[in-house]
Design a protein around this ligand. Structure first.
Ligand code: SAM
Length: 294
């Protein structure tokens, strides 16, 4: 097995395979064993776990996940990394390498096919781990949650500012539509920060590792989930305005009277701003707006 835990080693192995780091694919590889160990520990892996990893890169996390989990399915979009990855993972019988795009793959189907139905939509829950490429953090995360895949926990390393937005509570500057959408499906927890110096090449931002415990059912009950997300987006569309003004002037196409009545039924002061509302309040506002409009 090749140990590639230094920038020089990564440069060497890439040179010898005639490949280079692709910035457009968010390729910043981990070069710190201590951080790798901490990320793996955050997955609380056991020998019966199936882990799907997005973006194995040069296999730094994959190798360690494979040591502790029952099986790893590693999904990498860069065809150019396949040969080197296979070499790095030589001897790891419990790793399946898939050339694929995390923005397109049906993860439940993949898990089911790879385990003869033991995991996946009709089977057991699996875990998802990734040092996610920055350029697709939000779309991948929303896809994992909106897709309602049979995932128990997601452990991801992402840009620290995005991590703060995921875990933000009402009233904080970073609280917004992303916090609410993610918290509707999961309980996010920032575990630790990771400096940019532990990657090669070094990115322009620091990172954080976040664990999301996926909820068995959404955090609140609402009559129309799409309407809830539309209302949240509209409310935060003009963050500095009052709720009444941002909802009225939004793409929702609601008139002032409907918004006022909906806010009144939900017991929410129309002069409040979006960032002060909890998820439960947004759900109740959605239900009352539906009631008033029908
Ligand atoms: N896991 C490795 C590590 O920690 O050193 C590499 C992490 S690097 C930040 C992100 C990886 O995701 C790269 O290997 C990149 O090629 C891959 N990637 C980028 N876009 C992807 C996509 N849409 N689907 C799957 N993998 C992707």
């Amino acid at each position: 097995m090749i140990q590639m835990i230094s920038s020089a080693a990564i440069r060497n192995i890439m040179q010898s395979h005639g490949i280079s780091c692709r910035k457009s694919l968010g390729q910043n590889f981990l070069i710190d064993n201590n951080i790798i160990g901490k990320i793996i520990a955050s997955g609380e892996l056991t020998g019966s776990d199936l882990v799907v990893e997005i973006g194995p890169g040069l296999g730094a996390l994959t190798t360690e996940i494979a040591r502790q989990a029952g099986k790893v399915i590693a999904v990498e979009v860069d065809r150019g990394l396949m040969t080197v990855l296979s070499e790095v993972l030589t001897g790891q019988q419990n790793v399946e390498l898939i050339l694929g795009d995390a923005l397109k793959i049906d993860f439940d189907r993949l898990a089911g096919e790879s385990t003869a139905g033991e995991y996946g939509s009709t089977g057991k829950k699996y875990k998802l781990m990734a040092n996610l490429p920055y350029y697709i953090t939000t779309p991948v995360l929303m896809r994992l949650l909106l897709g309602r895949f049979n995932i128990s926990i997601i452990v991801i390393m992402i840009q620290v500012e995005v991590a703060e937005r995921l875990a933000a509570a009402p009233g904080s500057k970073t609280y917004g539509a992303l916090s609410l959408a993610v918290q509707y499906f999961a309980k996010p927890e920032i575990l630790f920060r990771v400096p940019r110096t532990v990657f090669y090449p070094k990115p322009g931002v620091d990172s954080a590792v976040v664990r999301l415990a996926v909820r068995p059912a959404p955090a609140v009950v609402v009559r129309d989930e799409n309407m809830l997300f539309n209302i949240i987006r509209a409310a935060f569309g003009k963050r500095r305005k009052t709720l009444l003004n941002s909802l009225t002037g939004s793409a929702l196409g609601l008139d002032r009277e409907t918004c006022l009545r909906g806010l009144e039924i939900a017991g929410i002061d129309p002069g409040r701003r979006a960032e002060t509302l909890s998820l439960a309040e947004f759900a109740s506002l959605t239900d009352s707006i539906i009631e008033v409009s029908s």
